[in-house]
Design a protein around this ligand. Structure first.
Ligand SMILES: Cc1ncc(COP(=O)(O)O)c(C=O)c1O
Length: 371
């Protein structure tokens, strides 16, 4: 049976997302005793003890469907974010909401504008949609080129994705820049600002977009529990937007899309504000360590507002990725972002993991960093 012939042509155009192999499998394949994974921008600290406690409690009730209204989580999120509950939608990861938005809004002949290199899922969502993806190269500093993005917006643009701070570059757009962009974009174009790394940011001119929701009804903000909250495995994220848009999102989301353990864990994790602050501070030390050490190795490291750094290598990045694997260090090579940039993205790990990553790169590059 020729399934591909039966499928929508958009589906055949998608370049599937390539996740890393399970760590255990790599360990076996390469005969390694230990592996450190710095490839998916995960939080190296596990979930908070309070989260584990509620998960252990709630696991006994898995015979029941989740609360489809996620009542307590919505209430807590609204309080935490200081926005009306009617503006929130919780999804099976924030990524799920990107798919919903494309489903709801993009008709044949319309288009979606986003930066490149940026989060790979935007390209998948655009390709799978009925419209056309319009990736716009970042500027020379690997920041979003908002003017160039604006130039690609036309009367058939439905969605713009702004990844802030950006994955994989770690760069960000400032409050003034984003504001200027929102003022210039036609009001019927939805601007989705993906703030997956929000809690890691410490730049004083980073935009506080939730304060702009009244002014820009076309603004959609995405946040997630996958990063600083350490819940990537549970798949839970959310959007904050105009309440009427939430009504449409509610229509397309599958019932029970957010499982009961995710809801309970997210709720418990929201209360961990002090822990979140601590992890952000610890992360900043990791960013500084990696940036300084790798710079002394002769690598260009982009300034990062996230929990990862993009590192340009003086040797072939794909080969470096493979050699790092042989040394038990998994990073993310840039070609997986659909670019030919000779760089790797390294997530911040625990202190000793960062040290091991630097030591492995020193070995590879045949140089020693100055400590
Ligand atoms: C920019 C960006 N958005 C969203 C996500 C994923 O979010 P979620 O796990 O909530 O789907 C990631 C994860 O890498 C990301 O880098």
């Amino acid at each position: 049976m020729d399934f591909e012939k039966l499928a929508r042509e958009e589906v055949l155009k998608v370049r599937p997302y390539i996740p890393g192999k399970p760590v255990e499998e790599l360990q076996r394949e390469r005969g390694l005793s230990e592996i450190i994974k710095l490839a998916s921008n995960e939080n190296p600290r596990g979930p908070a003890p309070a989260v584990i406690e509620v998960l252990e409690r709630d696991i006994r009730a898995l015979n029941r469907y989740p609360d489809d209204s996620a009542f307590y989580l919505y209430r807590a999120l609204a309080k935490h974010l200081q926005v009306s509950e009617r503006r929130i939608l919780v999804g099976n990861g924030s990524v799920e909401i990107l798919y919903f938005l494309a489903d709801i809004f993009v008709k044949p002949g319309e288009n979606l504008v986003y930066a490149t290199p940026s989060f790979v899922i935007y390209d998948i969502v655009a390709t799978l949609s009925l419209g056309e993806g319009r990736p716009v190269p970042c500027d020379g500093d690997f920041r979003h080129d908002l003017d160039a993005m604006l130039a690609r917006v036309d009367d058939r643009t439905k969605l713009v994705f702004v990844c802030n701070p950006n994955n994989p570059t770690g760069t960000y757009v400032t409050e003034a820049e984003l504001r200027r962009f929102l003022d210039a974009v036609p009001p019927e174009v939805l601007v989705v600002v993906d703030e997956a790394y929000y809690e890691y940011v410490d730049a004083p001119d980073y935009p506080q977009t939730l304060e702009w929701l009244e002014r820009y009804p076309n603004l959609v903000v995405l946040r997630t529990f996958s990063k600083i909250h350490s819940l990537a495995g549970l798949r839970i994220g959310y959007s904050i937007s105009h309440p009427e848009l939430v009504g449409l999102l509610q229509r397309v989301r599958p019932p029970f899309n957010v499982n009961s353990l995710s809801q309970a864990a997210a709720l418990a994790s929201l209360g961990e504000t002090e822990r979140v602050r601590r992890i952000a501070a610890e992360n900043r030390l990791g960013i500084t360590f990696l940036s300084e050490r790798l710079a002394t190795l002769g690598c260009r490291v982009l300034p990062s507002q996230t929990n990862f750094v993009m590192v340009f290598l003086p040797i072939d990045a794909a080969a470096a990725y493979d050699k790092l694997l042989d040394r038990g260090v998994i990073v993310r090579p840039m070609p997986s972002f659909g670019t030919d940039i000779n760089a790797v993205r390294i997530s911040v790990g625990l202190e000793e993991e960062n040290q091991r990553a630097v030591a492995a790169l020193e070995e590879l590059l045949g140089r020693k960093t100055v400590s």
